[in-house]
Design a protein around this ligand. Structure first.
Ligand SMILES: Nc1ncnc2c1ncn2[C@@H]1O[C@H](COP(=O)(O)OP(=O)(O)OP(=O)(O)O)[C@@H](O)[C@H]1O
Length: 477
């Protein structure tokens, strides 16, 4: 079946739509109607446009009809709705992207977001193209007075605002900010469909319709569900890390184990979640390019969710092909910097990119960009003196001087790193991290992909999973 999955070695060209309706043959089970098409039209802003089909992926009729609406083929509505989707796809392929999104949103039951739906609270941070705030959805029949709007503390205390959100205000008047915001929105729609459990839930966007407090009329806002109070960097800054995540990850204290083993299990569980999420987004063709502890939110249930797709790329349709160097964090960035080699910095025209990109993906394995960053995160988690900003900078300088060869670094460093967690179980953790933090070798391989990493002996010894299952069992008693 045609899909947005990374192409198999034999897949080199995009796949087109069915020319006939699949359910017309009574013997065959209806298959997916919506297939990957090259994005072949230009949107109003002159940027590559998005056909609705590329947004939807290949599973809208099946997933949406069977899982969301609980319809099966025997239901009279099934073919009718399938037909409606196929018509929508035909029609929407010529629309500007925002219009497609709006209709798609209403089809999927997403809210049509507007300024008055939200109250903005505390400012959490500022990136190069946006400012991030916590906030809340204004419940129906609640009027928000100015005292609440002006005081993040009052908002925090007010029990009426239960649905917490994260809002990102895209900077107005900053060069490239609008485009970066549009990219981030697009990638969030993609991952929220393709890998919903791996990423913060994206609620949508709205354009401010008034000038008041933080709102500037005409400015764009992106909105996510609030996933948790702290990110992995917050937990790592605490001296008690990784034990401060033990109860959150496993639901209880891991008994009968010494502290080194407990630490190792917690770190393995975090790392497993990170690599599993990376596998999911890579399987859909997306490279995050900004994997770091601050972009990994920890939910109350101990799930690690990826956030901040502002630097992401999707090579198979040539989206955000060449990153702005300013978007990349040098502390976590692999030596190759760009996802594709610097010799091919200019994206080819869209239809050509669509044809070439599966080949480029195969040749360059751009997903390995994220795997290097994941390796740095593992080193930081496992080695306490690499957790501080200064320790990490020092480590990176030394690593560069030994040609990104972690084994050499271990031989020569004077940092006296405590590598005991990585050396457990015959050094499985150490072996894994040396295969993540590495230069790209022959044919630009030489680093483990997410799926290869998950097959590494470090993860195969599923002691962290066993601990998680055991803790669930003892809770359900
Ligand atoms: N869905 C979410 N749930 C909970 N917290 C979140 C969520 N999204 C973002 N945050 C918090 O807000 C912070 C900033 O978010 P984000 O990284 O997306 O913004 P940014 O503008 O790109 O900032 P930076 O460039 O510093 O990374 C995150 O580190 C995280 O602590």
């Amino acid at each position: 079946m045609a899909s947005l999955l990374p192409p198999s070695p034999t897949t080199t060209a995009p796949i087109t739509k069915h020319s006939t309706l699949p359910w017309t043959s009574s013997s065959s089970k209806p298959t997916s109607l919506i297939h990957f098409n090259p994005p072949s039209y230009k949107s109003r802003r002159g940027r590559p446009g998005l056909c609705c089909n590329s947004i939807l992926g290949n599973d809208i009729p099946e997933d949406f009809l069977t899982k969301t609406l609980h319809l099966d083929e025997s239901n009279l509505l099934f073919p009718v709705l399938q037909y409606a989707f196929s018509q929508f796809e035909e029609i929407s392929s010529g629309w500007p992207e925002t219009q497609s999104w709006e209709v798609l949103d209403s089809l999927l039951g997403r809210r049509n977001l507007k300024t008055s739906d939200f109250v903005v609270g505390e400012r959490l941070g500022e990136g190069s193209f946006g400012v991030v705030y916590s906030g809340a959805i204004v419940p129906k029949n609640v009027s928000v007075d100015d005292r609440i709007r002006k005081s993040p503390r009052r908002l925090e205390m007010d029990g009426r605002f239960k649905e917490k959100v994260i809002l990102k205000k895209i900077k107005v008047g900053t060069l490239g900010a609008e485009e970066c915001g549009d990219f981030e929105e697009w990638f969030n729609y993609r991952v929220s469909r393709a890998a919903p459990d791996s990423c913060a839930e994206f609620l949508g966007s709205f354009i401010a319709d008034q000038n008041s407090l933080q709102f500037t009329k005409g400015g764009k806002w992106l909105v996510w569900k609030f996933e948790g109070d702290r990110n992995l960097a917050d937990y790592m800054n605490d001296r008690s890390f990784p034990l401060n995540l033990e109860e959150i990850m496993f639901g209880r204290t891991l008994q009968g184990l010494d502290s080194v083993k407990r630490n190792a299990l917690i770190i393995k569980q975090i790392m497993r979640q990170i690599v599993t999420s990376l596998k999911k987004i890579h399987d859909t063709g997306i490279v995050h390019r900004d994997i770091k502890p601050a972009n990994l939110v920890v939910t109350r249930k101990g799930k690690i969710k990826l956030i901040d797709f502002g630097a992401a790329t999707d090579l198979r349709i040539g989206k955000n092909y060449v990153p702005n160097r300013g978007l990349l964090d040098p502390d976590y960035c692999p030596p190759e910097l760009y996802v594709l080699p610097e010799e091919t910095p200019i994206p080819p025209p869209e239809p050509i990119a669509a044809i070439l990109s599966p080949i480029l993906w195969q040749l360059n394995s751009p997903d390995l960009f994220d795997m290097y960053s994941a390796g740095i995160v593992l080193m930081q988690m496992a080695v306490p003196n690499l957790r501080s900003a200064a320790g990490l900078k020092n480590f990176n300088t030394q690593l560069k001087s030994v040609g990104y060869d972690l084994k050499k670094w271990r031989e020569y460093t004077r940092l006296k790193p405590d590598l005991s967690l990585l050396d457990l179980d015959s050094g499985r953790g150490w072996d894994l991290v040396t295969k993540l933090i590495a230069e790209r070798g022959f044919l630009r391989k030489g680093r483990l992909s997410a799926s290869a990493a998950l097959r590494h002996p470090y993860f195969l010894l599923g002691d962290d999973q066993a601990a998680a299952i055991l803790s669930k069992l003892s809770f359900s008693k």
